[in-house]
Design a protein around this ligand. Structure first.
Ligand code: G3H
Ligand code: 13P
Ligand code: ZN
Length: 318
């Protein structure tokens, strides 16, 4: 059942966070639905601009529609990740996305407000909800590459003004995380004091944490032992998610860790079966491992086991 993020956030707020997982292909789509249904968790499927153009923008849409039929128990939102203005309008007009992110965070504050306001107006007219971003995460996104020195934590007073002026439904805040496997040196420390200050100014308002992969050392070590050359710093400590949830984080974005699972499974499979060239055997292993990975993330986010309670309070998107 496709629902809006707004309904999911209303149920989760202050208690747990919902996993927002980026997908690009069939195997991720199957593993994602399996893992969420197995762990009885509501979730958010995220599609980036790059994911839309990987094959055709309609392809992932078709996979998700079909997964919705194969897994009638699943409750999820379909979300555009890091959209620019034109892509937001395309997704709003498609009628399929229940939520879009307008990321104008690299623009000056006033321009970010103007762009976000325009997208909110267009989205709300069609029942689509909007995530916006204020502050600058480090790392690499499709249309933004931010050096560590330029990354800026979200200013709580600006966050309050931004939300009031734009009417956005949730806000991605920069609180010390960054995107990708090549995260900044050392461990990422979450700035809980910034979250606390934002929550004080915007009580009950859903916040979003990007760049939330953990880049587990064991995963990186296994990839490297099978021929990889990844020098990953540590990402977000999973034990911090629940505290973040208490401070208003309702959505936690995870992409990189899933890519690491994909890389590890395929590298190990072909290392251990050098005579094989078939894509299905490692694909099967990947779907199973990806499902287990999703179920684990839902446990640490606190969303595991919430599916039936959520079902009682949401309705399918018209
Ligand atoms: O934050 C970016 C997401 O991880 C999406 O990555 O643009 O390579 O699909 P992508
Ligand atoms: P990671 O690169 O840490 O997985 O972050 C993903 C993300 O924020 C997608 O928007
Ligand atoms: Zn992101």
């Amino acid at each position: 059942m496709i629902v809006t993020t707004k309904e999911l956030f209303a149920h989760a707020y202050g208690r747990y966070a919902i996993g927002a997982y980026n997908i690009n292909n069939l195997e991720q789509c199957m593993g994602l639905f399996q893992g969420n249904v197995q762990s009885r968790a509501p979730f958010i499927v995220q599609i980036s601009k790059g994911a839309r153009s990987y094959t055709h923008k309609k392809m992932l849409e078709a996979l998700i529609r079909t997964a919705n039929e194969i897994f009638p128990d699943a409750i999820f939102a379909v979300h555009l990740d890091h959209g620019d203005e034109a892509t937001c309008y395309d997704c709003i007009d498609s009628g399929f996305y229940s939520s879009v992110m307008i990321d104008a965070s690299s623009e000056p504050f006033e321009t970010n407000v103007e762009i976000t306001k325009r997208v909110v107006e267009a989205a709300h007219a069609k029942g689509v909800v909007v995530e916006a971003e204020l502050g600058m995460l480090g790392g690499v996104e499709e249309h933004v590459s931010v050096a560590e020195a330029d990354a800026k934590l979200t200013d709580p007073a600006q966050a309050e003004e931004f939300v009031k002026r734009t009417g956005c439904d949730s806000l991605a805040c920069a609180i010390g995380t960054s995107h990708g496997a090549y995260k900044f040196s050392g461990t990422q420390s979450l700035h809980f004091e910034v979250l606390e200050a934002i929550q004080k100014r915007l009580p009950g308002f859903p916040l979003v944490m990007h760049g939330s992969s953990s880049v587990p050392k064991e995963e990186v070590d296994r990839i490297n032992a099978a021929g990889g050359q990844i020098k990953g710093a540590k990402g977000v400590d999973e034990s911090q998610f629940k505290r973040a949830a208490q401070l208003g984080v309702t959505k936690v974005n995870i992409d990189t860790d899933g890519r690491l699972v994909w890389c590890r499974v395929h590298r190990e499979y072909f290392r251990d079966h050098p005579e094989n060239f078939d894509l299905r055997p490692p694909g099967k292993v990947f779907m199973k491992e990806y499902a287990a990975f999703i179920a684990h993330k839902n446990e640490v986010l606190g969303s595991a086991g919430q599916l039936d309670a959520v079902r009682a309070v949401v309705k399918p998107r018209a």
